[in-house]
Design a protein around this ligand. Structure first.
Ligand code: FRU
Length: 688
């Protein structure tokens, strides 16, 4: 099995033939028993951590939103679903509909895994002109375009299915696949009708190449390649679930195109996240609006002493095991994916014999005589199992691992307090499965740390729980909105979150637009207005102290809250979410440092996964001398929208049940600022 092409967080999902057969049997059995025909109903919706105004399946595993389309008064939400368990597997499309984007009705499974082909992510459109010929009785068909993921061989291709009864039942097209380029990683087609060139356009991703490929079609069946876009912006992780749509620029009659690329790894909060690029699309290719895209920064390498560059063998290093070979590698070995980022010709690479082999390189002893030790590192992200260690007095006192990408990049340790100590360095590969290898080069002793080049990107959300976001298709012209939502989880820990009998929820639906900021365009996300229907009586106050605003919040005594807050810029403060027995989670609002952050390190259950705790930071600026905030707080999540959703943080939290409480701490000088306006609304559950 190739380790470096898997979906983040889904170890070895390219199943062997035996497993594929077992799956086929299980599915056949389930169909016979009627499992796949049952609506995802009978919700109890009172379990621990069950979101009350966010979409969740009644039971089992969910990931990406799929096939989002509006038709005949219904917002359709299909989604990646495992009908058989609470972890990823047997991916199929489940189905729900809503008349208001807030209350959802669960419907029977729409498209099931069948004959060794899982139904991976994709989109749906209404074929108004019946270009596909799938229409019936003068009514347009709903057409789903999805990725067929083969469980018995390394293949993903694009397939279609259609429905003549408002998405309730589906027929897979007998001419499938409609696009097959014989690739292991080729997925997540998003289709739109491009009116100017009167054709269907598909954006589909080549995840490991960090590219979005565009195809055009007249009938949704026969597709021809238009262009490729990428790599661009964030390229550390793999590219998944693209979307492409025009958006209005607020306060003008202009529009710009937005290309959304969900990135599996390397997001600012850690793990998977959603980047967007602003530009133009002419029916053939997407071009970036350069002033909107943050500029890449080159790497910084300080003056210092190179301790090891692996240019002339392993020298005095001790070699154990087979994984590193006898001499340094000069590139990829044994079928490894392309490796880059090393300097000169040689580097240490433990992929000899694939991921299964293990081994260790140990340096000669040396004395620590600089403040920093930097190195280039790539490969596995398995903590103490694929890593480089600094050993002093027989103990590992500094360690670093790869990021599950082959490319080597700078990382460093601050060793200023260790000056004068005897030490050695070890490069360790103890992991035998996916990403069971490590790449290291250019170990450098210097007084400053080396810094990696940055490929900054625009992120729709700086929290850790917003992924695979895609927008609804076919929203009527009279409505005119572009609305989306995302999967509220992260591949780093999604399969371990402490909920049952379901896992994962969606964010609230958000309405999108663009704002011109200087020369650049920035995405705005506002909770869609329908959410206001579930507000209870609001408490509103103007020109009050922070203390009074917090009192108002505490008086609301609700577990579900919608809060609006306007504060003057330049007066940094923390507003903390508190639950007795669960700790404190501060939100920092600081335009002097230009940041908005949410800290869930000391709040509720964080122990189920080491990647879960964290402080997540978004850029934040003053808009007209103010910051406006909107907080949506459910039983187990918070969504923070600042300045009309120019800065957004969406995060899960797992505190004990009970009403939320709040506290504040002023972080500036002098008297705390007045709150210009606060409005607090308890929300009602959207589930019966
Ligand atoms: C993104 C993703 C998609 C894929 C789906 C499989 O979260 O990895 O690329 O189609 O999940 O469930």
């Amino acid at each position: 099995m190739k380790s470096n092409t898997r979906i983040p967080g889904i170890p070895g999902h390219l199943l062997g033939l035996a497993v594929a057969l077992a799956v086929a049997l299980a599915v056949a059995l389930a169909v016979a028993l009627g499992v796949t025909c049952e609506a995802q109903d009978s919700p109890i919706y009172k379990e621990a951590y069950r979101p009350q105004f966010h979409f969740t399946p009644a039971k089992n595993w969910m990931n990406d939103p799929n096939g989002m389309v509006y038709y005949d008064g219904e917002w359709h939400l299909f989604y990646q679903f495992n009908p058989f368990g609470e972890k990823w597997g047997h991916m199929s499309w489940a189905h729900a509909v809503s008349k208001d984007l807030v209350h959802w009705e669960h419907l029977p499974l729409a498209l099931a895994e069948e004959n060794g082909v899982m139904i991976f992510s994709g989109s749906a459109v209404i074929d108004w002109n019946n270009t596909s010929g799938f229409g019936k009785d003068g009514k347009p068909p709903m057409v789903a375009i999805y990725t067929g993921h083969y469980t018995g061989k390394p293949l993903q291709n694009q397939q279609i299915a259609y429905s003549n009864d408002r998405g309730r039942t589906w027929t897979k097209y007998e001419g499938n696949p409609v696009i097959d380029i014989n690739q292991e990683n080729f997925r997540d087609p998003k289709v739109l009708w491009h009116e100017a060139t009167r054709q269907w356009v598909m954006a589909v991703s080549l995840p490991t190449a960090r590219k979005v490929r565009f195809y055009g079609s007249a009938d949704l069946k026969s597709w021809s390649q238009l262009s490729d876009f990428g790599p661009a912006g964030s390229t550390t992780g793999i590219w998944e679930c693209p979307d492409l749509f025009p958006l209005p620029v607020e306060g003008t009659d202009q529009q710009k195109w937005v290309l959304v690329v969900n990135v599996g790894g390397g997001a600012p909060a850690g793990g998977s996240g959603c980047q967007y690029l602003v530009g133009d699309f002419d029916g053939k290719a997407f071009t970036v609006h350069e002033p909107s895209q943050p500029r890449p920064q080159p790497a910084f390498v300080p003056e210092g002493t190179v301790f090891a560059d692996f240019e002339n063998g392993f020298g005095d290093w001790k070699i154990e095991g087979d994984a590193f070979g006898n001499v340094p590698a000069t590139g990829a070995v044994d079928g490894q994916q392309a490796v880059d980022g090393f300097l000169g010709k040689g580097f240490a690479n433990s992929f000899h014999g694939g991921d299964r082999t293990t081994g260790k390189l140990t340096s000669p002893d040396f004395e620590i005589d600089h403040k920093a030790i930097s190195f280039l590192i790539g490969g596995g992200a398995h903590d103490t199992n694929t890593c480089i260690n600094l050993v002093v007095d027989g103990k590992v006192i500094r360690s670093a691992e790869g990021d599950a990408v082959e490319r080597l990049d700078w990382k460093s340790w601050d060793v200023s307090v260790l000056k004068g100590k005897r030490a050695r360095i070890e490069i360790v590969d103890r992991w035998m499965e996916g990403w069971g290898h490590i790449n290291v080069d250019q170990i450098l002793f210097a007084d400053e740390p080396a810094k990696p080049a940055t490929n900054p990107a625009l992120w729709a959300d700086y929290g850790r729980d917003f992924y695979a976001a895609v927008s609804w298709s076919d929203v009527p012209k009279e409505d005119g909105r572009r609305v989306w939502l995302g999967w509220m989880s992260n591949w780093q820990y999604a399969q371990d979150i402490p909920t049952s009998p379901w896992r994962s929820g969606m964010t609230v639906a958000r309405t999108l637009s663009l704002r011109k900021v200087g020369d650049a365009y920035r995405l705005l996300q506002r909770p869609s207005k329908e959410l206001e229907q579930i507000r209870g009586a609001g408490q509103i106050a103007e020109n009050v102290s922070l203390a009074d605003a917090v009192t108002l919040l505490n008086e609301t005594e609700s577990e579900l809250l919608d809060v609006e807050l306007t504060v003057p810029a330049g007066a940094p403060f923390e507003l903390s979410l508190i639950k007795p027995d669960s700790g404190v989670a501060p939100i920092l609002i600081d335009t002097t440092k230009g940041i908005l952050s949410f800290d869930r390190t000391k709040f509720g259950d964080t122990r189920f996964h080491s990647d879960f705790p964290g402080i997540h930071i978004s850029p934040l600026r003053a808009v007209d001398g103010k910051v406006t905030l909107r907080l949506l707080i459910d039983v187990a999540s918070i969504e923070i929208f600042a300045n009309s959703g120019e800065s957004v943080i969406s995060d899960l939290v797992f505190p004990k049940p009970g009403p939320w409480q709040f506290g504040f701490a002023y972080k500036g000088e002098g008297a705390p600022p007045k709150v210009e306006r606060i409005a607090v609304y308890p929300l009602r559950s959207t589930w019966p």
